[in-house]
Design a protein around this ligand. Sequence first.
Ligand SMILES: [Zn+2]
Length: 292
Amino acid sequence: MLAERLPGLLPPLSRAEALEVTAVHSVAGTLPPGHPLVERPPYCAPHHSATMAALIGGGSGLPHPGAVSVAHHGVLFLDEAAECSGRVLDAMRQPLESGHVVVARASGMMRLPARFLLVLAANPCPCGRHGLSAAGCECRPSSIRRYRARLSGPLLDRVDLRVTVQPLTRSELSALEGSAESTATVAARVREARERAAARYEGTGWTTNSEVPGHALRKRWPVVTGALRAAEEDMERGMLTARGLDRVLRVAWTVADLAGHGRPTAADVGCALELRTGVARGSTLSGVGRAR
Ligand SMILES: [Zn+2]
């Protein structure tokens, strides 16, 4: 449900983005009837049994855009991600890094845009009850390990936010009703943050934090002095790769943009580290809405 709401939180597509997305959907044959121009970020949720061609693109005859391209400038949601084929999941590493896929066929090569927000959902174990106190999990430790290993390290290294979601009881759920923010309220906050980022990168060709290469980000837009210390210590201890450090930095900029900070502070970096590892470190996640 959260993944489905995500496109509603993203700003409408720019004219150039809308034309790109419309072109892909036209080729894929997924253009919604009566909508000559796709103006909202698309949402694509392929089944976990999706083949390589369905997810990445290809097929016999003329190459067909895959889900990674249909979700271009939008959200790609893989439910039960640990049930997907490991080969198919690992093939997503290229578009996640470069923002495009190259589909090779006997009839020729096709380069398709594939810059999407990836959401993976997975159970903690095959039965789904591991870690819950009320209902016991009966999975063997070896089968839990095998299950989790399907999401490979290199793929998870490209996942910036990890959130553990506990099931809610009926009374907890009804207590939350009424206090929840509307999609429009959160979308307004996202739009403001995106505008701050776009203003900062004006004239560079980049508009969002996720597009800026790590070296450019570090050189041209430094964080508050010493703010990266915790992340650098994690790297020295081998808990964070160089790519991971760049990704933490980009998330820290997004946290700062949401909070209205001119530059990421140590708390913003701490928040990005917590979101990346899914482990609380005592920083307040107030800036990104947990407390709001
Ligand atoms: Zn289990």
